[in-house]
Design a protein around this ligand. Sequence first.
Ligand code: FE2
Ligand code: FE2
Length: 167
Amino acid sequence: MPVNSNLIDWSSTFMCGIKIIDEQHKGLVDLVNDMFNHVTEDEEQEQKYLNKVINEAVNYIKVHFATEEKIMDATKYQGYAEHKNEHIKFIMTVIEHVEKFNSEKRISLMSFSKFLKEWILSHIAVVDRQYFVYFKEKASRKADGSLSISLEDGEEVLYSSANPGGF
Ligand SMILES: [Fe+2]
Ligand SMILES: [Fe+2]
């Protein structure tokens, strides 16, 4: 396997235009690629790596889900409950995998990376994609021309001016 090969290549087709979401999705892709680059097939090494990164990785995923859910909440997104459910199921499955890793029923870092890849790619490309147009319609344009969505807590999420995903 070539060193520093990527399991996922980042693509602008994953982008919705909301800065924070696109950054977080890119972060998830980086996380999976980093994991894939630590595949050695050496149980001890892989365990060591996973122990080091797993808490931070799970937290990162949770923060991302919370960000999406806040925007869904603020925009009264119809698919909110269903989408949130997908997030919860995923977190539970990740935790199950990690528990397996810490038990006798060890799974390889390779199969864990591939599981994450499959889920993340299909989630972004299918489930997340369903809110891309909706969120944009709910965004408001400010005097300086920038687009943003106001959240319940008074925060706002901004669209990037480059509009990379075409939304
Ligand atoms: Fe997402
Ligand atoms: Fe999502």
